[in-house]
Structures are given as C-alpha cells and as structure tokens.
Design a binder for this molecule. Structure first.
Ligand code: SF4
Ligand code: SF4
Length: 229
C-alpha cells in the first residue's frame, strides 16, 4: 500500500521535474524560458490559497527533482533548526526577491536579459539546494524557498491534516515525512499545526493506526489508490 502510494507520487513528480532542466539548462540557450519561474511563483501562491503548500508536493519541478534524485544520494540527516527559523526564511525571501526585483528594474525592456537573470537565480539556488540536500536531506531547500515561505504564511487552516486519538506515538509518520515534520506531536490539538506540511499524504498511508487523514479531495485520491493496490 505504501509502496504503491509512493510509486503514484513519483509518477506525478516524473512529469513535473522536467521543468527544472528545461529552465536551468535550456534557459542558457533561450533565456525567455526563465519566465517559467514566474509561472511557478504564481502557481505556488494560487495553490496555497486553497490547499496550503500542496504545490511543493509534486507540482513544483524542483521539489520533485529533489525527491526523485537527490533523495537517493542524500545522507538523510536532520535538517538543522537554523533552516526552519523565521528569521532565516525572511532573510532568504528578502534577498532573493530583492535580487529578482533589482534585475527586472535594471534590465527593464531587455526581456532576454530579464529572462537570463531568472535562469541564473534558479540555477544558483538549485545548485545550493542540491549541495545542502546531499549533505543533510533532499528537501532542505524547501524550508527556505521563498515560495515555500509565502506558502507557509498563506497555509494556515488550509486542507488540514487531522490526527485521531488512536495515535500510539510510534513516530512512523515522522520517519516517512519528506519535510521531516512530526504530525504525532499535534495529537492533542487533533489537527496538524505545522504549515510546512506539503500535503503529500505519505504519513496517512504509512500510519499503522490510520490515525491521520485529510478531510477533502485528497481522501478520494487515496481511496482510488487503495482500490488500485
Ligand atoms: S504513525 Fe500514526 S500512530 Fe504512529 S505516531 Fe504517527 S500518527 Fe501516531
Ligand atoms: S506531515 Fe504528512 S502530509 Fe504533511 S508533508 Fe509530512 S508526510 Fe506529507
């Protein structure tokens, strides 16, 4: 069941990760491909309005790339608290949006140069994410990604993950979570209180007590997987 679910998730990611090389390689030959980055930014925010950080699960090409490829070579260590701190995330958001904004301002009217600036930003941040992903854990970049941070802020109360009191604190949910979150810690609240949940549903499938679930369309998807398994 869990392996079937993971296969389905990987299949979805297989379609989207190709957007990453399209921009970070193709963009150096055809800079206007850099504008795809703007599409991803709008997509991440639009999805966050309704489903929290669900974009980061399989729709984000870079997140998919990290799960599909970097996970295999990552040392899979705990993400240092520094990367989860609000100050770190705000600093990263400010730096990257300032760089992007200033490049658009400087090159305004030269649309190839603006596109190339976006390609450069995506290339540099992806390389940093790969290095950190190998050293720590594949999704470490997702903790400081500017779109992830904005998604985190918008996510409050969107598509909540419920935790039943049948939970026995086995912590399996924590072990399978690609974001290294701890759903079981929110048992007393009954609802996951960490907005960095990317709604991947891996924990809901892995939980031996079926204590975790989403109360919306995600459950319909999971039912389909159960039938197919
Ligand atoms: S896997 Fe299920 S039972 Fe185990 S700690 Fe997580 S929520 Fe609780
Ligand atoms: S808490 Fe569960 S649904 Fe959220 S990111 Fe972790 S494994 Fe996925």
């Amino acid at each position: 069941m869990l392996s079937e679910f993971k296969k389905k998730r990987s299949r979805l990611q297989t379609y989207t990760w190709l957007g990453l090389p399209l921009v970070v390689i193709g963009g150096w030959f055809y800079p206007k491909l850099g504008y795809i980055l703007l599409g991803c930014m709008v997509g991440a925010i639009a999805v966050a309005v309704y489903k929290g950080r669900a974009w980061c699960d399989w729709m984000c090409p870079r997140g998919s790339f990290y799960d599909l490829f970097i996970q295999k070579i990552s040392r899979n260590r705990k993400v240092p608290e520094f990367f989860r701190k609000k100050a770190t995330r705000i600093a990263m958001l400010t730096i990257l949006l300032s760089v992007l904004g200033s490049q658009i301002y400087i090159h305004w009217g030269d649309w190839n140069a603006v596109g190339l600036a976006m390609v450069t930003i995506l290339t540099v941040t992806t390389i940093v994410g790969i290095m950190l992903g190998v050293i720590y854990q594949q999704r470490i970049w997702c903790h400081v990604c500017p779109m992830g941070t904005i998604g985190n802020w918008i996510s409050e109360g969107k598509m909540p993950l419920s935790i039943e009191n049948t939970c026995v604190n086995c912590k399996i949910c924590s072990k399978v979570c690609p974001m290294q979150l701890n759903p079981y810690e929110f048992k007393a609240n009954g609802v996951m209180g960490d907005n960095d949940c990317i709604k991947c549903a891996t924990c809901t499938v892995a939980c031996p007590k079926k204590a975790l679930h989403f109360d919306d369309a995600k459950n319909v998807e999971l039912t389909d997987i159960k039938k197919a398994a």
